[in-house]
Ligand binder design. Structure first.
Ligand code: FAD
Length: 437
């Protein structure tokens, strides 16, 4: 009689979606291994003062997904987050106007530090999950159900990681087979590879799992950039103000200027993370410090006053310009052997604040589909053998998710014009109010 064994999931990427997926499948009884190309974030001080204070808005969609895996996680993050009950519109003349998201029920979105969220999720992973940091997937050979990676042979070759960007500081010491690895320009390649039943691509917008899937089968894929870049800036805490908050901490702040805008989300330490969204073509004209100074003074005088001209311009000059892209993939699964979750399957522009929330929701929906299809945690099939029941479950996950994800990517693009322009219309607030009523 064939012995039954736990199903083996190989998760690529320990970003927030990968970490939640690992926890969720481990709780279902699967054997879980995770590869992450960056360093181990556990035990590091992720306070805003130690890192760039990148933050994001988590909504009830994301909290519900966290709760579905571990209710204490949702509670913990909600306690760490700062509720934002509406938008605060900053007009050029310095006037501020509060527009509540939900004047009737008081629903909020919540500002949370991205590094802290990611770190806590990774820290929540049980020790019997095999976690490999500095482990970068190179490709997946689906015919052999085997993944191949690389690891830096020499730490000196490592580049500094930039959030949201592909970076090649990856590594993989799969199975501790360093002796068999080959040194190639600073990276050791793992020739033996790692076998799996199911590989899960949680490796973000430039997913290598997706690239391997696209070589394997017919998979519809679209990628659309918008003309705008984003640049992160920092508004430091003001020690003279309560809690250090120079502007109201319970709002998402917007300086809408039609063709471009600045937004600000609060951090726990009284600072705000500001993000400038501006077309690459306009940024190209701000090529001197003087040009940048007059741009900020003319369009965002209140932000210049609070942050200080030097600090704002220093950040503007040194911080990277990020691309904003919409990516759609269908199907997001292959046979019983691969599924894409999070940005790997659906990148969206950030104007609806739902990219990560939807990625976490993917984990919740996948979990419920596995449940519905009664996919057990063990199998008696040999490792890598196709499982028709799991294949059907994954197909139904992809079908169930596709239209919803396409719709939210579209809404995110529409909210791009809403935030930088429509919120300035005097009728806007009345219309929103009537919609709510
Ligand atoms: P990622 O966070 O990109 O994580 C992917 C992980 O995979 C990384 O850790 C990476 O190192 C690793 N990896 C990549 N390639 C490999 C490889 N080959 N091998 C091994 N590991 C690999 N969303 C919201 O919900 N709310 C917001 O307010 C919000 N604001 C945003 C603001 C901006 C400016 C931007 C750009 C995005 C925003 N988003 C927001 C979207 C959100 O950041 C993403 O949707 C979210 O980070 C996706 O999570 P993920 O785990 O799928 O991917």
């Amino acid at each position: 009689m064939t012995q039954s064994r736990p199903r083996k999931a190989l998760i690529i990427g320990a970003g927030p979606v990968g970490a939640l997926t690992a926890l969720s499948l481990h709780r279902r009884g699967w054997e879980v291994e995770v590869w992450e190309s960056r360093d181990d974030p556990r035990g590091k001080d992720a306070a805003p003062s130690n890192l760039r204070s990148i933050n994001l808005a988590i909504s009830s969609r994301g909290l519900e997904a966290l709760r579905s895996v571990d209710p204490s996680l949702a509670e913990q993050f909600q306690a760490e987050a700062i509720p934002m009950k509406g938008r605060m519109i900053h007009h050029v003349d310095g006037k501020q106007e509060s527009q509540l998201y939900d004047p009737i029920h008081g629903q909020c979105i919540n500002s949370i530090s991205r590094p802290i969220l990611n770190q806590r999720l990774v820290e929540s992973l049980p020790t019997d999950i095999k976690l490999r940091f500095n482990a970068k997937l190179s490709n997946v050979d689906f015919a052999k159900r085997t993944a191949y990676g690389s690891s830096p042979a020499d730490k000196k070759h490592k580049k500094k990681a930039v959030p949201g960007e592909e970076h090649d500081d990856g590594a993989i010491g799969a199975g501790g087979k360093e002796g068999k690895a080959e040194d190639k320009g600073g990276d050791k390649e793992d020739k033996e590879g790692t076998a799996f039943d199911l590989v899960i691509g949680c490796d973000g917008s430039w997913s290598k799992v997706r690239t391997s899937m696209m070589r394997m089968d017919r998979l519809d894929f679209s990628q659309q950039f918008i003309p705008h870049a984003y640049i992160e800036l920092h508004m430091p805490a003001d020690p003279t103000k309560p809690g250090g908050y120079a502007i109201d901490k319970n709002h998402l702040h917007i300086w809408p200027r039609h063709a471009f805008m600045l937004i600000g989300l609060p951090n726990k330490d009284g600072s705000f993370t500001l993000t400038l969204f501006c077309p690459f073509s306009s940024l190209a004209t701000l090529d001197t410090r003087e040009a940048a100074a007059s741009f900020f003074k003319e369009n965002f005088p209140s932000a210049v006053e609070i942050v200080g001209e030097k600090r704002l311009l220093d950040d503007f000059e040194k911080n990277p310009r990020g691309n904003l892209v919409t990516i759609n993939v269908s199907p997001s699964v292959w046979s019983s052997h691969a599924v894409l979750l999070g940005d790997a399957s659906h990148s969206m522009v950030p104007f609806y604040g739902q990219g990560l929330n939807c990625g976490l929701e993917d984990v919740r929906v996948l979990n419920s589909v596995l449940e519905k299809h009664r996919i057990t945690s063990t199998t008696s099939l040999p490792l890598g053998e196709t499982d028709p029941a799991l294949e059907l479950a994954l197909k139904s996950y992809s079908l169930e998710r596709h239209e919803d994800l396409k719709a939210i990517c579209e809404l995110a693009l529409q909210n791009y014009t809403e935030m930088r322009s429509h919120v300035l219309s005097p009728l806007h607030h009345l219309r929103r109010h009537l919609d709510t009523v």
